[in-house]
Structures are given as structure tokens and as C-alpha cells.
Design a protein around this ligand. Structure first.
Ligand SMILES: [Zn+2]
Length: 276
């Protein structure tokens, strides 16, 4: 367990985990929204049509949780807010050094499905970032899946890396990088570059909190292991038994580890130019 209590900043976290998903009434509106989200896993950017097709299945698994189950800030909410706060401290500073202001992202905790600026956030797609409302959506039961389905070791540092990766997408959004990519047609190749840059930005964050003495010796390996577990080649190998790199959207295990480590070692966003 890392020394998270060394971090004093807090992020803007909204807890919707006890709320029933507002799926039914919103479908018409969702149908006309065409917008992309940026997921931690393969398959992103994902368009809303894909998400819609998953909704049927999602609805049937809706859990019976109420607001009462999430009264007060539980451990995960405090953790998410602390990690998010530390990313804000970092990026605020970096933006300031470049005479820019950094608008803080929001983080919404939910279960199964919730409305988002990108139409609908569902657990199926994993943690993701919606540029339209500058919000990260996380159903933290994903981290059980990360260990069981993706065979990652897991751990709090791995979970923090996922948040930092999504914040990386927020940074890309604020810098106009996402718009540029969309204008260039959103190919898989560009998607990989975007994702590897988000991993590198997560590495920059890891460097910043490591300097504050947050990680215990070797704990950074939890994040490296998670980056490796969600490489497109490893996921493809386990789901399809064969590799087709032209369909990759996030990069191989080796690439994800390489770019995260680049950021972690340098602490300098200049090293995160995956587009050069
Ligand atoms: Zn991503």
C-alpha cells in the first residue's frame, strides 16, 4: 500500500454508485449523439452505437444497490479523490509553466451504467474519459476484472495508474491533441499513439508522486504490470488466440510499458511525443 496520505490535494469526485442507471428514457437522445470516448482498454475510441448494443445486456445485470450503500466517502472514493487531486497538482503546474490554465477534470463513480456527456457510460467498456464533459467514468469493480480476466497483479498503485491514464486523455483534450487526431480521421495507428501518450503522461504523474515519497520500494511495478496486462497483444492472444496488430488501438504490452516507463523516468512531458 502506497503512502497516499502524503498527498493533500483532492479532486472533484461525484459518487453515483447508489443511483439506478437512467437508461430507459435517454435512448432517443443518445441515438443522435455521435461522440467518442477514450477507454483504458482495447477497442477505444468507441463510438456510441457500440455502447448502445451493450445496453440490453447491461440492464439485465443492474444491481440492487441504493444510495444508502454509498453514504459518506468510502475508501475507494477517498482514494480516487486523492489520486485525482495529485494529478491536478501536477498538471496545473505544468500548464502554468507554459502560461496556460488547467481546467480540472471531474471523476464520476458509477455502477453498471450512468448518463454522460458522451451519451452513456457503461461498465462494459471499463474506465474511460469523455471529452465532451471533461469527465472520467469509473466503475471500480473493473479492478477485480483487471486481476481475474486480464491477470494483472492489481494493487492500489495499479488502480492509481488507471486514473492517471484517463487524466492523460483529459490533458490531451485540453491541449487540442484529440481534435487534431479526429481531424486526421481517427485511424487505429493514431489511436495507438494517443493511448501510448496517455500512458506516458501517467508515467509523468507517477514520477511526481514518487518524488513526494508516496511509493514504497518496488510498488511502481504494480503499474508496470497493469500496463503490460492490458497490451493489445496480450488481450488478443487470450481472447482470439492470434495477433492482428493492424486492429490494435492501445499498443502492445511492451509499448505500453515502454511509454509509461519513459514518463516515469524523465518526469518531463516533452518525452511523451508519441506522434513524432
Ligand atoms: Zn486510454
Amino acid at each position: 500500500m502506497a503512502y497516499w496520505d502524503k498527498l493533500t490535494g483532492r479532486g472533484n469526485v461525484e459518487d453515483r454508485r447508489g443511483q439506478a442507471a437512467a437508461i430507459g428514457g435517454g435512448l432517443g437522445a443518445i441515438g443522435i449523439v455521435v461522440t467518442l470516448i477514450y477507454s483504458f482498454l482495447s477497442g477505444a475510441p468507441i463510438d456510441v452505437a457500440q455502447i448502445l448494443s451493450q445496453l440490453q445486456a447491461t440492464q439485465s445485470t443492474q444491481q440492487n444497490l441504493t444510495n444508502k450503500d454509498f453514504e459518506g466517502a468510502d475508501n475507494y472514493e477517498v482514494f480516487a479523490s486523492t489520486v485525482l487531486g495529485s494529478t491536478t497538482d501536477l498538471w496545473k503546474n505544468i500548464f502554468l509553466q507554459n502560461s496556460m490554465t488547467y481546467p480540472e477534470p471531474r471523476l464520476v463513480l458509477f455502477r453498471v451504467a450512468t448518463t454522460s456527456g458522451c451519451g452513456m457510460a457503461t461498465s462494459d467498456v471499463g474506465p474511460h474519459y469523455c471529452p465532451s464533459d471533461q469527465t472520467i467514468y469509473i466503475d471500480e469493480t473493473f479492478f477485480v476484472e483487471l486481476q481475474q480476466r486480464f491477470k494483472a497483479k492489481g494493487g492500489d498503485v495499479a488502480e492509481a495508474y488507471v486514473i492517471a491514464h484517463e487524466v492523460g486523455h483529459h490533458v490531451q483534450n485540453e491541449l487540442g491533441i484529440m481534435d487534431q487526431i479526429q481531424q486526421q480521421g481517427n485511424s487505429n495507428e493514431l489511436s495507438v499513439k494517443l493511448e501510448l501518450q496517455a500512458d506516458c503522461f501517467a508515467g509523468i504523474w507517477a514520477n511526481s508522486v514518487n518524488e513526494l515519497g508516496v511509493f514504497q520500494s518496488g510498488e511502481i511495478n504494480e503499474a508496470i504490470d497493469a500496463a503490460s496486462a492490458v497490451g493489445d497483444d496480450r488481450i488478443q492472444q487470450s481472447t482470439q488466440g492470434q495477433l492482428s496488430p493492424e486492429t490494435w488501438t492501445h499498443g502492445s504490452s511492451q509499448q505500453r510499458v515502454e511509454w509509461f516507463t519513459k514518463g516515469f523516468d524523465s518526469g518531463d512531458p516533452q518525452t511523451c511525443n508519441t506522434f513524432s
